[in-house]
Design a protein around this ligand. Structure first.
Ligand code: ADP
Ligand code: MG
Length: 766
């Protein structure tokens, strides 16, 4: 500004003061001051409207205006021109107030020099310029804020609004000032804001967030900048926030994104559903109305064996069925008319395996309601059906068993007197002719046969109480194979395959022997023209899964014996019935139909089960599963303590010479001595003579002349401690309980094996 003229409007009604100022300014050499003196305010305002001055020197007491009002009026008109107030000594208070209203300085008349005056003026001009610049930018900011959606505010440490600028149009400054967020917006919005702001208060680090705030039921989105507010000591005393309304931008962006996103969501949804469809084990297939497969999930791949890539575009019927069936035709018609069908179907897998499924079909329509495709959901119920069939079979066998046992019981009572009669009659008529004796013989033989049959039925129905010893089946199998080789036609080739480490089972060897024999005889009957019969055995650990599939199986170790033939096989229709007692396909006299029911009865009483696999024309395999005593300290028959005697004398009482002889030989081979009696009277006589030497009496209960029971009673009279084994071909309940009533509890049912005989002897001797 040096070197430049200063143009001054001097508003002063006192001519003395005007003169004085003019004189002072003349002394100033650094700058030329142009002074325009006026006496009245009105004159000054006039000049200000027309001309621009650098500074105004203003006396507040003028002829047309007094005091502060003079300044306000001049300031209004002067706009950006700085005003220096001129006062008397007595009026400094008034000057100070003018300063508060915007005066740049004040000078006390009579106390100034020219230099001081100029310096004050220069300073005023500079200050005014700076103020202007500031105001200008502030104004620009204000204008900018007014037109922008920026809401600026400060909050103190309690997050009370202490300063508010340009609040959203629906709230006034008054509604916000002094309040907290919780007072002006919903709790959730407020809590979110408070959390962010508290964060800034505690960390002293500003942040920027996008928030949604609902005020007076209108929700808007804001880009919110929060900075800490600090005092001079740099302590955080609150927050200062700028919040820009971005709802429009957000909405536009949202619309745009939504259209994007909608497609993405749809795609994702489809993918999600497809994944879900893949998780299910159900086979899900969609085919169009031409029966062409258009969707094929993982479940379908697993169940039917066809990969999706193989199934797509294929004709569903051709892929899954042997031949078109009226059943499927009907299902299709119902789906088209009623839009739903459900039922059980047998389908074919890629491997040609038949799979029974519960199938649900539903018609899928397009938006116009026009049928478009058929959705099929198939659940594999093959196993379920299988279990169901097992259960039915078990129940049927049980009821047949109950029935049979009832009949058998009655038959037993009928047969007993017939048999007794058949045995008594020849004694009553010793002179009967040859023909009559022969008839009686036939009567007895057949009565016995009947009784044996009854015994079998009873053993099937009630299960058979047998002895339980730990056995190595390998020996049993070898023994049976040996018998078969000797007795079966040479056209049948017999082979065995048994591992050395076969697990032991706990069982009755006589009964298991019978099981194997029954199965092998059936195999022989199935191979009238010869073939292969194989007996094999293996160890099998049945797991939880297997146990679930088979009602009778339990988790654990099993020993499995398989008897296979290459015979005629068993037709599917009768497979379910072969275990029923009296079910036979053989001619009268050839089969009783009791073989397999006896097998089942025995195996069940051993805690095992039987499976059969058969292919008509190719052959049949029966698998016998027996729980194994794995890991236990087991004794194989060879390791059993020798069951031989120590020279004990046994009195054998039997009317049949053949039995007398075989028993005598067996006992003597096993280190026993024997005495033989043919009837009760002879037995009593021999016992009376040798009572101290005889260790055990083996007594047939069916004796001529004196029946077993009477003979036993007599022996007990001779020696109350007499040891007796009762044996009989027919163990009726009556006989058993009668024998038990007189203290006999060791029985041998005929026919018995040598082993059984030795075991019984051991039992009574110990
Ligand atoms: P039976 O042998 O007296 O007929 P089973 O109970 O032993 O009585 O057998 C019942 C039926 O099961 C037989 O009549 C036969 O039809 C069928 N069967 C059993 N085993 C076989 C086999 N290995 N091969 C073919 N059919 C068999
Ligand atoms: Mg048979």
């Amino acid at each position: 500004m040096a070197g430049k003229n200063i143009k001054v409007l001097l508003v002063e009604d006192n001519p003395g003061d005007v003169f004085l100022l003019q004189e002072l300014l003349k002394e100033v050499s650094t700058v030329v001051v142009e002074l325009m003196p006026v006496e009245r305010l009105a004159e000054a305002l006039n000049y200000l409207a027309k001309e621009v001055f650098d500074v105004i020197l203003l006396d507040l007491s003028l002829p047309d205006s007094q005091g502060l009002e003079t300044f306000v009026m001049a300031h209004l008109q002067a706009k950006a021109t700085p005003i220096i107030v001129l006062t008397g000594i007595d009026d400094e208070t008034l000057a100070t107030r003018a300063m508060q209203q915007g005066a740049q300085d004040y000078l006390v008349k009579g106390q100034v020099t020219g230099d001081l005056l100029v310096r004050s003026m220069r300073y005023a001009i500079e200050r005014q310029r700076a103020d202007d610049a500031l105001r200008h930018s502030e104004e620009r900011f204000r204008v900018a804020l007014k037109n922008s959606p920026i809401f600026v505010y400060n909050q103190d440490q309690e997050l009370r609004y202490t300063w508010v600028y340009n609040p959203p149009s629906r709230v006034t400054v008054e509604e916000i000032l002094g309040k907290q967020d919780l007072d002006i917006m919903p709790v959730e919005d407020a809590q979110h804001l408070i959390k962010i702001k508290r964060g800034v208060l505690t960390t002293g680090i500003g942040t920027r967030e996008e928030v949604s705030i609902t005020i007076k039921d209108i929700t808007r989105y804001y880009d919110l900048t929060i900075e800490p507010l600090r005092n001079e000591a740099q302590e955080v005393v609150g927050v200062t926030c700028a919040s820009i309304d971005i709802s429009e931008r957000q909405a536009a962006l949202r619309d745009q994104q939504a259209a994007l996103r909608d497609r993405k969501l749809a795609e994702e949804k489809i993918r999600e559903q497809a994944a879900l469809l893949d998780v299910t084990t159900d086979a899900i297939c969609v085919r169009d109305l031409n029966n062409q497969i258009i969707f094929w999930n993982k479940g379908a791949e697993t169940l039917y064996g066809w990969q999706a890539t193989e199934a797509w575009g294929k004709n569903a019927s051709e892929l899954l069925y042997d031949e078109p069936s009226p059943e499927i035709e009907a299902a299709l018609l119902q789906t088209l008319s009623k839009s739903k069908w459900q039922g059980e179907l047998t389908k074919l897998s890629k491997m040609g395996k038949e799979i029974l499924v519960a199938s649900r079909w539903s018609l899928v329509c397009d938006e116009q309601g026009k049928p478009k495709s058929i959705l099929t959901v198939d659940t594999d119920i093959t196993d379920k059906k299988h279990l169901e069939a097992q259960l039915f079979r078990a129940q049927r066998l049980e009821s047949i068993g109950t029935l049979a046992s009832g009949i058998a019981h009655d038959l037993n009572n009928i047969l007993t007197p017939i048999l007794a009669g058949a045995q008594l009659l020849p004694l009553k008529f010793p002179d009967a002719d040859e023909r009559t004796r022969h008839l009686l013989e036939i009567l007895e033989i057949n009565a016995r046969r009947g009784a044996d049959l009854v015994k079998q039925v009873l053993s099937f129905a009630r299960g058979v109480e047998g002895k339980r010893i730990t056995l190595q089946l390998k020996h049993l199998i070898m023994e049976v194979a040996k018998i078969l080789k000797e007795t079966f036609p040479k056209s049948i080739e017999i082979s065995t395959d048994v591992p050395q480490d076969l697990w032991m089972v706990s069982g009755d060897s006589t009964q298991l022997h019978q099981v194997l024999m029954n199965l092998c005889v059936n195999a022989r009957d199935a191979m009238a023209n010869g073939g292969n019969l194989s007996i094999s055995a293996e160890n099998l650990l049945i797991d939880e899964n297997y146990a679930r599939m088979n009602l009778e199986a339990k988790e654990g170790p099993y020993t499995v014996i398989t008897v296979s033939d290459t015979g005629v096989g068993i037709p599917r229709e009768i497979l379910d019935r072969i275990f029923e007692p009296f079910f036979t396909t053989k001619d009268v006299g050839q089969g009783t139909g009791l073989g397999l029911s006896t097998v089942l009865g025995i195996i069940k009483s051993h805690g095992g089960f039987v499976n059969v696999y058969s292919e008509p024309g190719s052959g049949t395999s029966f698998k016998v599963y027996l729980p194994a005593v794995e890991g236990m300290e087991t004794l194989s028959p060879e390791n059993l303590p020798p069951q031989t005697g120590h020279g004990e004398l046994i009195l054998v009482v039997d009317d049949e010479v053949a039995i007398q002889e075989i028993t005598k030989t067996s006992l003597e081979t096993h280190n026993y001595k024997t005495l033989i009696a043919s009837d009760g009277i002879e037995a009593i006589a021999l016992y009376a003579k040798n009572r101290d030497k005889i260790s055990v009496v083996l007594m047939d209960m069916m004796l001529p002349s004196l029946d077993g029971l009477t003979a036993i009673r007599t022996l007990q009279k001779i020696n109350p401690q007499v040891r007796i084994i009762a044996s009989s071909g027919l163990m009726s309940d009556n006989k058993l309980s009668a024998a038990a009533a007189i203290g006999i509890n060791t029985f041998l049912s005929k026919p018995y094996t040598v082993n059984e005989l030795l075991l019984s002897l051991q039992k009574v001797l110990s």
